[in-house]
Write a protein that binds this ligand. Structure first.
Ligand code: AMP
Length: 362
C-alpha cells in the first residue's frame, strides 16, 4: 500500500519554523520552508526543502505552494499580499483576519475591548502632541510601544516621570522613530499569564493549559505550566477570552494571548500572537500533542490531538549569554535542552531553551 504523502509550507526561518518542521518530520510530513535566508537558517537546516526568496517574489511563492496541503507563517509580519496570493492555492494559517489584527497593537486592543476583555487604558499616538496629552492623562506612568514590528521588548519605552514637558515628549517621540505608537497605562501586575487556543478548519476549538511567565528586560525568561497559584475562575476567564478572539478573527491554526493579573486580581489583556509561542515550548515534553504537533495536525487535516498537561513543567530560555550554562544543564541529566542552530550567540538573542518537569503539585 502506498503511504499518504503530506506536505506543509512554513514562511519564516527561525526557531518556531524549525520546531514546526521537526514536529512535521516526526509525523512523516514534509516541511517546506520559504524565507529570504532559508538555506542557512534554523528552520531551513531541518526542513525537507528550503526555498530562498523574497516574500514578494510571486513566481517563487507560486512554485513553493504547489502541492502543499496548507501554508503557515511563523511570524505575524508577513506581508498581507503574500498570504492573499498563497490563499488562492491552498489553505493558509492563521488566516487573513488573524494576521491583520495581530500585525498592529491598536487593532489587537480594539478587538479585545470590543469582545468585552479588559485592557490597560490606552490611546493611539501619532505625534509628539498626542504623546504629551496622553502622558498628562496617565500621570506619566505608561509604556509607549510602536504599533507594528515590536518584539521581545524592542520598540517600546517605559515612561515613569512625574513631569513630562512638551520638549521631553518631542524627544521620546523622536526616539521611537516617529512611527504610529500606542501609549498604555503601566499595569502593576502580580503575575503574567499566557493562554493558547487551537481552531481547526471547521471551527472546532480547544485550549492548552495556561502558562505563568516571568520576563526580564522585555524578553521571556521562564514559563511554568499549568500556571501555579491562579484561581480556576481566572483561568476559565482567560480560556474563554482567547477562544472568543480565535473565533472573532476566524483563526485557522493556533493563537496565544498574553495577559496580566492586575492588583485587584482581574485579568488584563496584553497582546496576541497567531502562531506557536515561546511560552508554550514546554508542551514539547509536557503534552501528548505539543503546540507544534497540533499546528501540523491542523495544517495537514489530521484532526486535533490531546493537549492535556502531563504534569508541571518549567521552561527557561537560553540567550546568547546563557550558553556557558550548557555543560551544567547537560550534566543535570533531567533537563531537555533544545538548541536552535544559530551560530552567532549575541547577548539577548534566543539561542535555545530548556525544559524540565518539576514535582510541585498543584
Ligand atoms: P509586550 O511586547 O507587549 O509583550 O511587552 C513585553 C513585556 O513588557 C511584558 O511581558 C511585560 O512584562 C511588560 N509590559 C508590557 N506592557 C506592559 C504594561 N502596560 N504594563 C506593565 N508591564 C508591561
Amino acid at each position: 500500500m502506498k503511504a499518504l504523502s503530506r506536505a506543509i509550507g512554513i514562511l519564516g526561518s527561525g526557531q518556531l519554523g524549525r520546531m514546526t518542521a521537526l514536529a512535521a518530520a516526526e509525523m512523516g510530513i514534509k516541511a517546506h520552508i520559504f524565507a529570504p535566508d532559508a538555506d542557512t537558517s534554523p528552520a531551513g537546516e531541518v526542513a525537507f526543502r528550503a526555498v530562498t526568496a523574497a516574500y514578494d517574489d510571486e513566481d517563487a511563492l507560486l512554485d513553493f505552494a504547489h502541492g502543499l496541503d496548507a501554508v503557515t507563517s511563523e511570524f505575524e509580519n508577513v506581508p498581507a499580499r503574500t498570504m492573499q496570493l498563497l490563499q488562492k492555492l491552498c489553505p493558509v494559517s492563521p488566516g487573513p483576519q488573524a494576521l491583520h489584527i495581530a500585525q498592529n497593537r491598536l487593532r489587537e486592543k480594539d478587538l479585545a475591548r470590543r469582545l468585552g476583555i479588559t485592557t490597560p487604558d490606552y490611546q493611539p499616538v501619532r505625534s509628539a502632541d498626542d504623546l504629551a496629552a496622553g502622558l498628562a492623562r496617565l500621570n506619566g506612568q505608561a509604556i509607549l510601544k510602536t504599533t507594528e514590528l515590536g518584539y521581545d521588548g524592542k520598540g517600546q519605552i517605559r515612561l515613569s516621570s512625574d513631569t513630562h514637558t512638551a520638549d521631553m515628549a518631542a524627544q521620546i517621540w523622536a526616539d521611537i522613530g516617529k512611527v504610529e505608537a500606542i501609549l498604555e497605562s503601566f499595569v502593576p501586575f502580580t503575575a503574567e499569564l499566557s493562554f493558547l487556543v487551537w481552531r481547526d478548519a471547521k471551527g472546532s476549538t480547544g485550549v492548552f493549559a495556561p502558562t505563568r511567565n516571568i520576563h526580564k528586560n522585555g524578553i521571556l525568561f521562564s514559563s511554568t505550566a499549568p500556571a501555579p497559584d491562579i484561581s480556576p475562575a481566572l483561568i476559565k476567564q482567560g480560556e474563554e477570552a482567547v477562544t472568543a478572539i480565535a473565533e472573532a478573527v476566524d483563526l485557522f491554526g493556533i493563537l496565544a494571548m498574553e495577559a496580566f493579573v492586575g492588583a485587584d486580581g482581574g485579568l488584563i489583556f496584553n497582546e496576541i500572537a497567531p502562531r506557536p509561542h515561546n511560552s508554550f515550548h514546554w508542551t514539547i515534553e509536557g503534552c501528548e500533542t505539543s503546540q507544534f504537533h497540533q499546528l501540523v495536525r491542523l495544517l495537514a487535516g489530521l484532526g486535533p490531538g490531546q493537549t492535556r498537561a502531563r504534569g508541571v513543567y518549567i521552561m527557561e530560555n537560553l540567550l546568547g549569554e546563557d550558553l556557558s550554562r550548557l555543560a551544567a544543564l547537560y550534566a543535570s541529566g533531567n533537563k531537555s535542552v533544545h538548541l536552535y542552530g544559530k551560530s552567532d550567540a549575541r547577548r539577548g538573542r534566543k539561542m535555545g531553551h530548556v525544559t524540565w518537569q518539576c514535582d510541585i503539585s498543584r
